[in-house]
Design a protein around this ligand. Structure first.
Ligand code: HDE
Length: 692
């Protein structure tokens, strides 16, 4: 039916007979890209009412042509990402370590743009794939943009950049069939890594819970390579960068990650967006492990080898400052898609090491931006543009948006006041490291220990974490149907830890099998390093976590208020789920709008749940409600219930006295529930719900 337009008072009928809005006399008018005001954006120019369309319709052609070219090549890796704006603030001056301006003054907030990503999947894949996560931060400092382009895992698969295309080809969908998407669980990947012993340490991480983070907000970040910091006196230290999330580091359970992939493929991006919209701003601490070259010479591994980490027992962390993400993007494409990170973007006081992987990256990122963004002027795109002045004589090129003035575009010159000019005092100078040697293609012998740190990681895990690593290997190798690849991998695992290899072999039904692979150097037996475990010292907190509450019409107001208050007090988010999408009335006649309806919100979306139907036996015929409990139990979650839910638990075959993680909240007292939920998972339950 046609309606009156509020602003113009005109009655309008758009395509399909629906009314549509036109502009008020003082409003913004729809125009073409040339500024021509458009009178009708709903109907193409035709000959007569029902006649053919005219090529003359430049307005329609401009719109469709622009649309046809809306896509740019997605990133070859890290295609699926999500980002936000924020700031970095140093805790104090770190002048002793570096002259980098953004690390000098604790009163300065440096703007940042931070992008998280998965690596293997396409831009349209799902968030919870087993994968490394990218953790890139662009600092818009007064001395130019500094990009710290890291991952959520502190080591990498390969030692030399020349192997990167092969690694990536192996993990991407297999080229003949174009599947599987966003998965490492397939033949080409396991074939490649099993032929590259240097990948063993990284494989331990990638098969661990680290590869299925609960949230970007609960994920660590690492610079991976050894970098340099240089102070005003010209003194240099090697550094490794670490980001630590304020909320603690938490992960999903594999079965949960798989199910979330279907229930909410945008789980991580939605989580970040929602937290920022709710002003629950995520925060990370930036630290470095700083060490001298002579210290590095004492390590029993090479600090330039990106498959090695430095145990914190050897070099503790020095906290530098904090990053807070407090603003979502205004436009995903303009900002998140067009942001261009390059590890070569450094500022005075930060420099590179000879890590061969880093050296290769210094070339690759600028090159990729040229083809991805299509122009050497990508630094002019707002998200990439330095927030400090910049000036040089680089000119022209595709999509030049600046209009440089003046007659001169060369340097030196004496015609245009000689500007701009180099500044040897403030400018970037490369650390004058001593280098000599023959030209060779050779891997240093000091990179040859492929197993000791893989073993260090394994030994540092808690029991549940070890179980998950075994499960990860078994799942992935189970999807690899070439037996020789499995036996090769089992051979590597035997070198890491006999017990690990045996458990994986048993899970695969290949007990006692595995190649004999002779390590190049003898494998060490390091002491565990506690910080490598997520759960050994995990904070007991509900902060930033999500409580799912299943209710029905007539829910008790007192109970609802008590749950709300408990969630608020703990800094947790409460999500109300009801059988239908519409408003429901509480016992006191208040209206509550559920955030989700049951069929659209399985319990995998929440960190802990409370099941509180109003009437006994209610919901017991709802498979989704039964699954809510069954899955939450299998995923080791803390479950609160009211007595009215008893039969539902019976249906789900979950005993109310199964363990301390099942808590009666009928009386509206939430203390015990909160205390249990702060544990995050009931790890002791795991052997009872999953034998492998
Ligand atoms: Fe990357 N990597 N990478 N990478 N990488 C890219 O650059 C590359 C490596 C990382 O949010 C690409 O703009 C090579 C390690 C992140 O936009 C490309 C090598 C680490 C991102 C590229 C590596 C990373 C990328 C693809 C081996 C952790 C996403 C699109 C030498 C320290 C950045 C792009 C964003 C993206 C190349 C290895 C992290 C092709 C050659 C190690 C977080 O340039």
């Amino acid at each position: 039916m046609a309606k009156q337009n509020q602003s113009t008072g005109k009655t309008l009928v758009g395509h399909g007979g629906e009314p549509h809005q036109t502009v008020a006399s003082d409003g913004v008018r729809l125009t073409t890209n040339q500024g021509l005001v458009i009178a009708d954006d709903q109907n193409t120019l035709t000959v007569g009412e029902r006649g053919p369309q005219l090529l003359e319709d430049h307005i329609m052609r401009e719109k469709i042509t622009h649309f046809d070219h809306e896509r740019i090549p997605e990133r070859v890796v890290h295609a699926r990402g999500y980002a936000a704006h924020g700031y970095f603030q140093a805790y104090k001056s770190h002048a002793g370590l570096t002259k980098a301006g953004f690390l000098q003054d604790p009163s300065v907030q440096t703007p940042v743009f931070c992008r998280f990503s998965t690596v293997a999947g396409r831009a349209g894949s799902f968030d919870t794939a087993r994968d490394v996560r990218g953790f890139s931060v662009k600092f818009y400092t007064n001395e130019g943009n500094y990009d710290l382009v890291g991952n959520n895992i502190p080591v990498f698969f390969i030692q030399d950049a020349i192997k990167f295309p092969d690694l990536v080809h192996s993990v991407k969908p297999e080229p003949d069939r174009d599947f599987p998407q966003a998965q490492s669980a397939h033949n080409t990947f396991w074939d490649f890594v099993s032929l590259n012993s240097e990948a063993m340490h990284m494989l331990m991480w990638i098969m661990s819970d680290r590869a299925i983070p609960r949230s970007f907000r609960m994920m660590e970040g690492f610079g991976v390579h050894t970098f340099r910091m240089i102070n005003k006196k010209g003194e240099s230290k090697f550094v490794k960068f670490h980001w630590r999330p304020k909320l603690g580091t938490f992960s999903l359970i594999w079965d949960e990650a798989v199910k979330i992939g279907g229930a909410d493929p945008d789980f991580h991006r939605r989580d970040l967006w929602n937290a920022i919209e709710a002003k629950d701003f995520p925060e990370w601490e930036l630290s470095v492990q700083a060490f001298s070259e002579s210290q590095a010479a004492e390590f029993d591994f090479d600090a330039l080898d990106p498959t090695k980490l430095i145990p914190e027992e050897l070099v503790p962390l020095t906290p530098l400052g904090k990053m807070v993400l407090n603003r979502n993007v205004d436009n995903f494409f303009a900002e998140t898609e067009q942001v261009a990170f390059c590890p070569s973007h450094v500022v005075p006081g930060i420099d590179f090491s000879n890590d061969p992987l880093l050296q290769g990256r210094l070339f690759s990122y600028l090159d990729t931006q040229l083809s991805r963004l299509g122009s050497p002027n990508f630094h002019q795109i707002p998200v990439n543009k330095p927030k400090c002045p910049f000036a040089n004589f680089q000119r022209d090129g595709h999509m030049q948006t600046e209009v440089p003035t003046g007659r001169v575009a060369n340097e030196p010159n004496s015609l245009d006041d000689g500007q701009p000019r180099e500044d040897p005092k403030a400018g970037f100078t490369t650390f004058a490291a001593e280098e000599s040697g023959k030209k060779l293609r050779i891997r240093p012998e000091s990179f040859a220990d492929y197993y000791t740190q893989a073993r260090l990681f394994w030994k540092s895990m808690t029991e549940p974490e070890q179980r998950h690593i075994v499960g990860g290997f078994a799942f992935e190798l189970g999807k690899c149907d070439v037996v020789k690849i499995r036996t090769r991998m089992l051979g590597h695992l035997k070198n890491v830890d006999k017990n690990l290899a045996e458990q994986v072999a048993t899970a695969l039904g290949m007990k006692g099998q595995g190649d004999s692979i002779k390590p190049r150097v003898s494998v060490g037996d390091p002491d565990p390093s506690k910080p490598l475990s997520q759960y050994a010292a995990a904070p007991k907190t509900l902060s930033g976590k999500k409580i799912g509450l299943l209710i029905t019409a007539g829910v008790d107001d007192k109970l609802l208020t008590a749950i709300r208050e408990a969630a608020n007090a703990e800094g947790a988010m409460l999500s109300i789920v009801a059988p239908r999408a519409g408003e429901i009335e509480t016992s006191g006649g208040k209206k509550v709008m559920p955030e989700h309806f049951l069929a659209g919100a399985p319990s995998v979306l929440f960190d802990c749940i409370i099941v509180a139907p109003t009437k006994a036996d209610e919901l017991e015929k709802e498979a989704d409600a039964v699954d809510w409990i069954r899955n939450a139990f299998a995923h080791l979650k803390v479950i609160g219930y009211t007595e009215t839910a008893t039969r539902l638990f019976e249906k789900a075959s979950v005993a109310l006295d199964a363990d301390d993680g099942i808590v009666d909240v009928s009386d509206g007292k939430l203390d015990k529930f909160v205390q249990q939920a702060k544990e995050y998972r009931i790890w002791d339950r795991e052997p009872n719900v999953r034998s492998m």
